[in-house]
Design a protein around this ligand. Sequence first.
Ligand SMILES: *Cc1c(COP(=O)(O)O)cnc(C)c1O
Length: 387
Amino acid sequence: MAYSGSRRVQNLPPYLFARIDRLIEEKKAQGVDVISLGIGDPVEPTPDHIIEAHIEALRDPENHRYPSYTGLRAFRVAAARWMEQRFGVSLDPDREILPLIGSKEGIAHTPWALVNEGEVVLVPNPAYPVYETATLLAGAEPYHLPLLEENAFLADVRAVPTDIARRATLMFLNYPNNPTSATADLAYFSEVVEWARENGILIAHDNAYSEITFGSYAAPSILEVEGARDIAIEFHSLSKSYNMTGWRIGFVAGNADAIDALGRLKTNIDSGIFNPIQYAGIEALERGAADIAAMVRIYERRRERVWAFLDRVGLQYWKSDATIYVWVRVPDGETSESFTSYLLERAGVVVSPGSAYGHHGEGYIRISLTVPDSRLEEAVSRLESVL
Ligand SMILES: *Cc1c(COP(=O)(O)O)cnc(C)c1O
């Protein structure tokens, strides 16, 4: 028997990095020392005190058993305290916070838990691909919210046609944004909350980059908007903030009914997060502020290097005060993919083609700052020599 997968799986959009991946393999086979600026995955280690908290919890046999579906109460309390200290948002740790096996897991299950087949889900484009694939897997219909440079990459919800707004039950948003690096202020979130309320649409805001911000800029939580918790949930991730991508831990905060539905779905799928990982998470949330500050200084330095290089070669880019990405316009006459291929072919440097995040990403590439400084220097000098 040959198994080609269910229609559900077959209907997933093609994996757009496939061609680039093939090119990378070819280059490596030719002995080229390929440098990847394509992936947003911190290379610095998880801070020691977080690892120590994990090891200590690991030695307690109580922690080797099935964890609770709703997570350790101590983790939910730590998350609620962090939301209070960071954003001034006070949440009930038992009803308005749910730990997740990485925020991706919660995002992927959200349409399934909260949207019926045939309903519309508003999905930014370009975007983190999970919003759209999760929508499709739930049998719902994605409707794209274009993120355009002329709107500072903010989704214009007022431009959504009335009939679509009427059929929509969920919308995804993500600021600070991957891949464009754009940020949103509270005035924007207020507008979206008002519009979502008028139309009865649940907002799922992905705040994975809330802590990776530069200068005096601090990213807000959508839950700071008056009444937002009636209509919004927000995803938080420990991955990018504390160099914990491999640990798989995050949480969702906000509307209690939506969180209850997500929790009910999850009890039928997973069995929670390994307790020692939650103890590491508590340590990060309670005592990780200095680690974030240190990482932000590193990204800030790398971002300056990349900006200076782009200025020298005359490439346009979005000047943002957040995220680990630089969103760059490709030169005239190039597409996202042709320019990506050119840089790989000529310089052995991998970037992400903007089109991989949706068709409105066409005409851009994304440069990630998650490479060691010395590799970034090498990449920049190679790129400069071919541009
Ligand atoms: C990295 C990333 C995530 C995933 O975070 P995890 O908590 O590691 O699952 C979610 N959203 C966006 C936009 C991301 O870039």
